[in-house]
Design a protein. Structure first.
Ligand code: CA
Length: 220
């Protein structure tokens, strides 16, 4: 799952980035409103974590800008994180299109859980277990069972698998998979996706992921 973290406070930003990475999210961290607007226009995120008090462009203006966009990018779930805990700010945030609200200081575990809930809701399912054929994936524990047997995946394999499992039946190109699995600061070897795809297939059964030549990959 790829997240955009918009936070100008270095200490909070670094803590949140590390915490979410440990929970398996791919995080792009941005520290000002203007760069955040560029990122929102150019990338598709599974969720956006938005601080309200930001340099250059205010968080609320960013939120309105995002919601005015057409297409899937503008519909990314937004969790507003802010020190402003006054009720009017919270109401304005929700009215501007935020999906959830967290007041600083917050617990990293709670933040992570709320993000997973938002992403699940966005995908149109309330339950934490997603099933596709013989695959059963628990989005809370990030654990996978294949035909009833637990399979353990590395972080990259898991990220690849989640990208495919979010919308089973959708064909994802190599570039789209790279987007889901790697953040901006990650170095990517040109064949990285193929390498992780190979080991993922070895673990869950090669026939469960189909290659559509010249297009991409899809869950069978
Ligand atoms: Ca701030």
């Amino acid at each position: 799952m790829r997240l955009l973290l918009v936070e100008d406070d270095s200490m909070i930003g670094e803590t949140v980035r590390l915490g979410l990475r440990k929970d398996g999210f791919t995080v792009d961290w941005i520290r000002d409103g203007e760069s955040a607007r560029t990122a929102m226009s150019n990338e598709t995120y599974d969720a956006i974590l938005l601080d309200l008090g930001l340099p250059r462009i205010d968080g609320l203006d960013l939120l309105r800008y995002l919601r005015a966009m057409t297409g899937p990018r503008g519909r990314a779930p937004v969790l507003v994180v802010t020190a402003r805990d006054a009720v009017p700010d919270r109401v304005t945030g929700l009215d501007a299109g935020a999906d959830d609200y967290l007041v600083k200081p917050f617990d990293l575990g709670e933040l992570s859980a709320r993000l997973r809930a938002l992403i699940r809701r966005q995908a149109g399912r309330g339950a934490s277990i997603v099933e596709h054929g013989e695959l059963a994936y628990d989005t809370v524990n990030r654990s996978l069972c294949v035909a009833g047997v637990a399979v353990s995946l590395s972080a990259r394999e898991l990220a690849l698998f989640e990208a495919l499992m979010v919308r089973p039946g959708a064909v994802l190109s190599k570039a789209q998979l790279e987007d889901r699995v790697y953040g901006w600061s990650d170095k990517i070897e040109s064949n990285a996706i193929e390498v992780h795809m190979h080991s993922l297939r070895r673990k869950i059964g090669a026939h469960r992921i189909r290659t559509i030549r010249g297009v991409g990959y899809v869950l069978a």
